[in-house]
Design a protein. Sequence first.
Length: 592
Amino acid sequence: MASMRLPRLPLFEALVAHEPGGTAVVHGADGRAFSYGRLVRDVARRRGELVDGLGGGKGLRGERIAFLAENGFEFVVTLLAVLASHAIAVPMAPSFPATELRYIVNQSQAMMLLSSDKWRSHAESVLSEGLEHSPISAHIEKPAEESSSSADIELVDVSEEEAQGAMMLYTSGTTNRPKGVLLPHYTLTAQCKSLLQAWSYSPSDHLLHVLPLHHIHGTVNALLAPLMAGSTIEFQFPFNATTVWERFAAPFLSDGTNGGPPKPPITFFTVVPTIYNRLLSAFPSLPEPVQAAARTALLPSNLRLNISGSAALPTPTKQAWTALSAGNVLLERYGMTEVGMALSCGLDVADRVDGSVGWPLPGVEARLVESVEPPADGAAPAASAKEELRVIEAGDELDADGRERQGEIQLRGPTVFREYWRNPEATAKEFVDGGDGGAKWFRTGDVAVRRAVEGAGEGASGAWARGPLWFILGRRSADIIKTGGEKVSALEVEREMLALPQVAECAVVAVPSPSWGQKVAAVVVLTEEGRTAGKGGRAWSPLDMRRALKERLVNYKIPQDMKIVESIPRNAMGKINKKTLVKAIFPEAFQE
């Protein structure tokens, strides 16, 4: 039998310490439940198979192991077994075409490609051509039912070198080819502990997981952190709005439609804004008993925490969810693949301020840095000139004219990634010396302001949630529009547009302009009302939009151009590639 050993690392120490009979994972489709004792034994067994079998007993330290598996117990076991092998886990999205997966296998130089039954043929197509090396192809076997006891698991001390490996996630590639972000064990541990402190995961939490598992949101926030806390994770993927509502409602249905054993209430839900929008849209079509039960399920006394992240949350979505749930306010946070979660609003409702992402999380050091503007005459600075950066110190958030100072978010601390895999140039480019003898700061590329809000930031959510809140203005390269000498936040304009009943979706973009440098433009999906809101029952026009926004925005922030489309392309996390979008929708502005 393969050795039943696990590394003495915080994640595995926590797993072994949990009540063995406690439920770790539930498959939503068929209700199968897997205990923590079963999880620990299966992880230890799978680790032995990887190291002693596929690894030939030579050890897997630092080797990349890519895998394709559906969301569920087998994914969890495979991920944890790779982590326990001192290898680097590379979870991949089964929904990606073979060409994109082949790029990840090549770029990561994966030693193995593991696949479950469902994705075996997809893995074979990845390996069929175009690879720069020959990974071992192996099947993820389903373990036999055995004892749920974890009493005979041996925890083994690990060296510092062995703790360097853990997980590698690939960026979404919205600006260039995806980069492999290396997250060692100590980074994952720091990210999880930060969230455990801020969001108070516990063994009594039952988390409904509807996210993909090749992103930081799905793997750290909704998987590793709750596993460290001893919570239950119920997988329901791919996302289906009606099915999710039925699951929320199930514990509170009293008309006999539920059937089967009673299901516990969902206490923890973390998704992207697009999912909240789809849930809100689907709600009116539910049967009345399901609607009533779902409303009960969303009460703050049942759903203790609902989180929105990975993209900006429209104010109307937040308001509609609060109204439907009788006061359950969505908690917004900010993070990215390279740093996990960096900023978050607090558990206290007063600390969930509209449009804000809160404060730096425990263990995260954050600062705002503004760059010096080019000369007033528009001349480019000398090629040899270094960019001058100024830190916006606490209490100095306004300039001499009383305007908010905008700065790039820079982060450092144990939650920040180690490096971009096989890309030292990109790694060096994104880190800057702080000048204080401490670690370098990671440049996120996101711009924000800090703003004091009455009643918030008084420590009700913890000592970390004090002082002025942080408000994201957008990506420095895509969401900060410089028009006629003014800086416009695309996210601010989007929030105001989405508050209009005529607008279902929108993306505010910068279009080149010979007169203004850049002009504000919008790509819009209209609601049913918007399709008939114009004069004479015609569709809403750019002129109608500008009139509607006059009371909400100063004139230079109002989009000058608007294009109406049927849909706006988004990736799996609800994000829009604005650089691609603007060139596709406004091609005439880019013609020389």
